[in-house]
Design a protein. Sequence first.
Length: 182
Amino acid sequence: MVMDNQPSQPVGEIVASPIVLSPEREDLCKRLDDFHESNGLKTKPSDMFRGAVFASQTFLRFNQDWIAQSANSIREIMYPFYSREVEIVGTDKKEALQKFGSVTANDSLINEMGRIWNDLNSLAHHGVVKKGRINFETFTRTDFEKLINDFERVMGSILLRQMDIHKEVDYILSLSPDNIDI
C-alpha cells in the first residue's frame, strides 16, 4: 500500500559532516557574537547561522520546509533589532550599532537590514505575513541564496568597527613591498 504523503527521499539515518564555514563567514559569526555579547544577550548567533547553513545544504533539500527553517534561524539573529522584548531596542538601531563601535551604521544599511528582516520573517512564517512581499510558493533556492548573501553583506558591513579597520591597515602595512600587487 502506497500512502499519499510519502517523502520524496527514503527516511532513515543521515550522517552529515559538521559545517565548515569560509573565513568570511567565520568573521561574520565573530562579529555577530560580539554584538550580542556586548548587549548582554545570551544567544550565540554563530550557532544559529551554522544551523541555517546546515539546513540549506543540497543533500537536505528533500525537506520541503528547509527554506523556512533556515530563514527562521537567520531571522532570529536579527531579532534584537526588531523586538520590543530585547534590551537594545530601547535605543535606536543606529545608536545601538554606533555604541557597539560600528563605523558604517547609516540609514541606507539600516533600511536594507529591515528589508532583509521582513523577507526572512515572511519566509519563516511560510509567506502568511500580511506585510510580506515574498510569494513563498514561487520563491526559489536561487532567491534564497541571494537573500542570504544580502544578509551576510549587510550585517558584515554594518558590524564593521573602527578596530577592524585598524587591523586591516596594520595588515597592509606589514606586507613587504614584494608581496603587494598594484
